[in-house]
Design a protein around this ligand. Structure first.
Ligand SMILES: [Zn+2]
Length: 94
């Protein structure tokens, strides 16, 4: 997968590539994953394909809401999951 295809997977249609990027600043993160259908992700993630939510008070786990990869060849959903886990590790973008 080349860079253009990579960005096409991660960005909404017509969006410009991220201008701001802050690299992960944590060595580890604990996240629970809630598998949802893509339509549900759009509802729960403000029209995003998936989302990460920092841990609520008292919980040791962040939450990742994402569609479940069908298998190890489902690169699109695997990349979406990896994108959200980067957020759990402290990465940011605009
Ligand atoms: Zn993101």
């Amino acid at each position: 997968m080349n860079r253009r295809e990579f960005l096409a997977v991660l960005l909404p249609a017509g969006a410009v590539p991220y201008r701001h990027y802050k690299a992960p600043n944590k060595d580890r993160a604990c996240a629970q994953v809630m598998w949802v259908e893509e339509e549900k992700a759009l509802q729960l993630c403000r029209a995003g394909q998936a989302c990460w939510k920092p841990s609520a008070t008292g919980s040791p786990y962040d939450l990742i809401v994402a569609p479940k990869p069908r298998d190890f060849n489902d690169e699109r959903r695997l990349m979406i999951l990896g994108h959200e886990f980067l957020h759990a590790l402290g990465a940011e973008h605009d």
